[in-house]
Design a binder for this molecule. Sequence first.
Ligand code: FE2
Ligand code: FE2
Length: 473
Amino acid sequence: MIDYSQTIPNNVDLAGDRTLQRALEKWQPAFLNWWNDAGPADTARLEVYLRTAISVDKDGWANFSYVRMPEYRWGIFLVPREETRSISFGDHRGEPAWQEVPGDYRSTLRRIIVTQGDTEPASVEQQRLLGMTAPSLYDLRNLFQVNVEEGRHLWAMVYLLHRYFGRDGREEAEALLARRAGAQDNPRILTAFNEETRHWLAFFMFAFFTDRDGKFQLASLAESAFDPLARTCRFMLTEEAHHLFVGESGVARIVERTCELMRDHQLSDPAEVRALGAIDLETIQKFVNFHYSVTLDLYGSEVSSNAATYFTTGLKGRFEESKLNDDHRLAGDSYPVQEVEGDRIVTRQVPALTAINARLRDDYIREIQAGLDRWNRVPQQTGVAFRFTLPHIGFQRRIGNFAQHHISPQGEVMTEAAWNARKYEWIPSPEDNAFIESLMGRVIEPGKFAGWIAPPVRGIKGKPIDFEYVRFN
Ligand SMILES: [Fe+2]
Ligand SMILES: [Fe+2]
């Protein structure tokens, strides 16, 4: 169970390590300052119907109650240690999992943890102003739930830095609070986490596409030979599932609203859809293209010697590594990756060890495609002909095999000029964003929803849809 009597709730016996406890208690007010400065704007007095973990097992989410967000009990929660856990892949396969950081891998592991940790506060910063334009109390509550849990994910990584990386770790923990999403002088580490999240369509897309990248990164770290990292990522994954739900169901509800209007008014012209205050499916497709391509960059280069090293040394496994049926070393195996050759895209076999990033990305794409298939049931059931598709993996990439190329959503290699001439057919234009922003207005009457989004099928934790999920006092 989690001990909530402590200043920092935890299940790692923090009280048994006074030095560590003091160091983290010093970081805690800095975290709260960051939350007040960069977290959800103007929310200090709201009471939000939030879940708080009371234990780390499957039923640990039993606790839902009204919480003032600055009083949310952020803490340190790891799934319990399995005494007999052994390393399941790489050169150390079969050896006992590490309880301390091996000296040889210290700086690499620290970098992995810092990079993951940096994404957590970044998304909170990106979403800072969204509460001002929430389409309903239900959605406002979901946004805040995601925000407090991303804050807790930061705690998860900061615990590891403080506990296992000494002075370097403490300095990195401070730097995690100093960087800011989108800042010129001190930006977040990864590009996708410096993009603006200007409105709720972008937020739902982010939660669908980018939080799902988070899921896959956490899943591969949950296989790590470094056991404390694996254990903390396992618990983070249970929190992540709700974020994915918020994204997928949010987009589905927008699509539902649009398709119902199209059916009821016999519309197919996007301009007519917009005139009714809804978001046309063509524009939604542009956001799919944008968020998908930006998120694919988070997987890094398709062929990467760093990724090979992370795997062979046991730092980062594949998605569901322990369930895969091979030798878990991949020494002689190959894996197909795409690249540009002249004016076309070809598939080439490369050593599987170097293609670990491409493989994780492909696993991710399978889940994303399944999500799109679920979205497509909505136009199908309302008799609308439109279907969402994923652009080619080379579309609008800044990292990896396609970085210096200009690829259309259909996978044609284009000149830069030809691509630029058509780009706003494919990704949101400033006008598209301005239109969507023009729809955003705050709806906070219980049970009411903005006109561009359908209500959810059900409320949170058995509560009705018109429940007062957020109280303004
Ligand atoms: Fe997270
Ligand atoms: Fe998340």
